[in-house]
Design a binder for this molecule. Structure first.
Ligand SMILES: Cc1ncc(C[n+]2csc(CCOP(=O)(O)OP(=O)(O)O)c2C)c(N)n1
Ligand SMILES: [Mg+2]
Length: 656
């Protein structure tokens, strides 16, 4: 296809803009105005420019750590980018993200990324969102040759191929991952050759030939828009400079090699092509370059005069506000199991809001191994209730991407121990996305599933991991103990604009309790006093709540009145209810099933010690699992998890 004169000029200008932007960035870095680090895209301009020239505003991109070129090619404002590099309030991320996290959601630029290849699951999720919304928008997900060896790349290609997602996975093979040459780390003929394994097209293209990149990506975009699925493109190129502006590393490339590649300058190459083909004059090319220069000078001035962000802005950027809701006047209702109560929440929210969808292993056809998603596929269809491949990192990351792209995914982790495979997507991506982007975007994502022991599933299927998540700013952590709480909290979690870790306890799925039939929401951050008392405050979570109540019953026989509080949400925590109770009782016992060392109870104990030491009449006591992995043997498992007797003994200890 022949490009119009305007389109050719635009490709040329984009490449010059990218080059001069990063050359200026290097100068500003040396001058101390750009901090931290930044990664120059000089030499690789043809890849982003050629690829993004095929995109419309509604199409998405995800960039890499070397992402300035990706953003510029998709149309980002260079002044706001420059302000971001200088850490200023007018930057795209209001100075909270910096070079590696620039995003412009108004242009569907879903962010560059400081974690190599992490954008691929996110891009895959945006492609899923584009498909579920029945648009013909596509996603270009950039990654490097080094990134190509991350597991999520395999997972994302597989997932996108199976689901025929409109994605272009674009590997910028600049032949090095930091200092390490591709040939030393990468098996097989090429990265593009891997596409054959997924039954999708794989194309290797000269990444310094902008017209070749444009054509290759054009074919891939057309295929994606037709609904035929993803393409893997490998663009072979070279970065002219060092790995990053900060890196001052020993030589790992030869001068000859560098010279050879600089002679293949993609900008000079297009320039000659235009001049030789009489599509532009040298004077016109000079004019274009001068206009870029002017634009960049203004961008630097804009950035320099932009204010610094404030601590208030920073603090307010972590969480989106939670909805104000109130609990139903009565908790009366039918007896449901916790699994049924959770199912009812999913049914009502999927009915209420078509952006809500469910995915995870075996959630569709059989309704999940604990039956929580039973019947959803029959009612809402396979598009909205999706059985995934066993690729936790990528289907959780796809949840992040789909949430950023405007849907409200509910992702099941079949057994919560498997969450370890998803930690980058939860901790580095979901939790930080809103913050890194200056506190405006939302990530309405629920990650739910069963944790805990008690059914002899041993060390890798029984952990209680809430402390991992409570430690990460940006995540909400919910841990219900009753069917009533489970339904109302899951409704709130789905409606919340933050990533919510929703921890169910597998031993509680079959427990029954009254659940109102009409939909209702329970506020996040509101504890429930499960039993009022005056002598000891007993804070318990999940499976410990019923044991705590039973232990409180035992103590009552001794004339000791125990107040049992279930925080229900660990983040945000209802500190006021707990502190007020401790102020009245002067004693605190904390019971949770997670191992004691570094457990969530340690945080609560510290909080009460800091804020209410003067009211305490006895030391704070934690009742928690032994510091061992969960054993398989049943009497050993019982000896590991706190019992009613353990809790009662702790209560007696603090009132003695
Ligand atoms: C998961 C992860 N591992 C390592 C790093 C450190 N690191 C940043 S970039 C990079 C090299 C990446 O190479 P490649 O994917 O080829 O991209 P390029 O830098 O060549 O553009 C490394 C090792 C990181 N940021 N994230
Ligand atoms: Mg590389």
């Amino acid at each position: 296809m022949t490009l119009s004169g305007d389109a050719l000029e635009s490709l040329y200008t984009t490449m010059v803009r990218i080059r001069r932007f990063d050359e200026k960035t290097t100068e500003l870095f040396s001058a101390g105005l750009v901090k931290g680090t930044a990664h120059s895209y000089v030499g690789e301009e043809a890849v982003a420019a050629g690829a993004c020239a095929n995109l419309r505003e509604g199409d998405y991109i995800v960039g890499t750590h070397r992402g300035h070129g990706h953003c510029i090619a998709k149309g980002a404002r260079v002044d706001r980018m420059m302000a971001e590099l200088m850490g200023r309030a007018d930057g795209y991320c209001r100075g909270l993200g910096g070079s590696m996290h620039i995003a412009a959601l108004d242009l569907n630029i879903l962010g560059c990324n400081g974690i190599v290849a992490a954008g691929l699951p996110i891009g895959t999720g945006a492609a899923l969102a584009a498909k579920l919304r029945k648009t013909d928008n596509v996603v270009v997900a950039f990654f490097g040759d080094g990134g190509a060896n991350q597991g999520v790349v395999h997972e994302a290609l597989n997932l996108a191929a199976v689901w025929k997602l409109p994605a272009i996975y674009l590997c910028e093979n600049n032949q090095y991952a930091l200092s390490t040459a591709t040939g030393r780390t990468t098996a097989g003929d090429s990265i593009a050759a891997r596409a054959a394994a997924y039954g999708i097209p794989g194309v290797r293209v000269d990444g310094n030939d902008v017209l070749a990149v444009y054509e290759t990506v054009r074919t891939a975009v057309a295929r994606a828009r037709r609904g035929e699925g993803p393409t893997l493109v490998e663009a072979v190129t070279y970065r002219w400079g060092g790995h990053s502006m900060r890196a001052n590393l020993p030589e790992y490339r030869t001068k000859e090699e560098e010279r050879e590649w600089m002679e293949r300058d993609p900008i000079a190459r297009l320039g000659s092509h235009l001049v030789d083909g009489k599509r532009a004059t040298p004077v016109r090319l000079k004019e274009l370059a001068e206009s870029v220069e002017l634009e960049l000078d203004r961008a630097v001035e804009f950035a320099k005069s932009s204010p610094e962000p404030t601590v208030e802005l920073m603090e307010a950027s972590v969480y989106a506000p939670h909805a104000e809701v109130s609990e139903p006047a009565t908790r009366a209702g039918r007896e449901l199991t916790m699994a049924e109560a959770l199912n009812e929440a999913l049914q009502s929210e999927m009915q209420r809001d078509e952006r809500v969808f469910v995915m995870g292993e075996d959630v569709g056809l059989i309704g999940g191994i604990f039956g929580v998603t039973r019947g959803l596929r029959e009612r809402f269809g396979e598009d909205r209730v999706r059985d995934t491949p066993i690729s936790e990192a990528t289907f959780v990351g796809a949840g992040v991407g789909a949430a950023i792209a405007g849907l409200r995914p509910v992702v099941e982790i079949q057994i919560f121990d498997f969450v370890a495979l998803t930690m980058d997507q939860l901790v580095n991506q979901a939790a930080k996305f809103r913050y890194m982007l200056g506190g405006r975007p939302t990530v309405p994502l629920v990650i739910r599933g069963p944790q805990g022991g008690g059914i002899r599933l041993a060390a890798q299927h029984s952990q209680s991991l809430e402390a991992w998540f409570a430690h990460v700013p940006g995540l909400v952590v919910v841990a219900p103990a009753t069917p009533y709480d489970a339904k109302g909290l899951l409704v709130s979690a789905i409606r919340d604009d933050n990533p919510v870790i929703f921890l169910e306890h597998k031993a509680l799925y079959a427990t029954k309790g009254a659940v109102p039939e009409a939909p209702y929401a329970i506020p996040l951050g509101k504890a429930d006093v499960k039993r009022a008392g005056t002598d000891v405050t007993l804070v318990a979570t999940q499976a410990m709540v019923s044991r705590a109540l039973a232990a409180a019953g035992d103590l009552e026989k001794d004339g000791v009145s125990v107040e049992v509080i279930d925080p229900r949400t660990l983040v945000p925590l209802d500190e006021a209810t707990i502190l007020a109770s401790v102020a009245r009782t002067g004693r605190l016992v904390i019971a949770h099933e997670a191992v004691k060392r570094g457990g969530w109870g340690a945080e609560l104990a510290a909080l009460v010690a800091e804020r209410a030491l003067d009211v305490l009449d006895a030391p704070i006591v934690r009742v928690a699992a032994r510091n061992v992995p969960m054993p398989y043997n049943d009497s050993l498992e019982r000896a590991t998890i706190p019992s009613q007797q353990d809790i009662a003994a702790a209560l007696r200890g603090v009132v003695a």
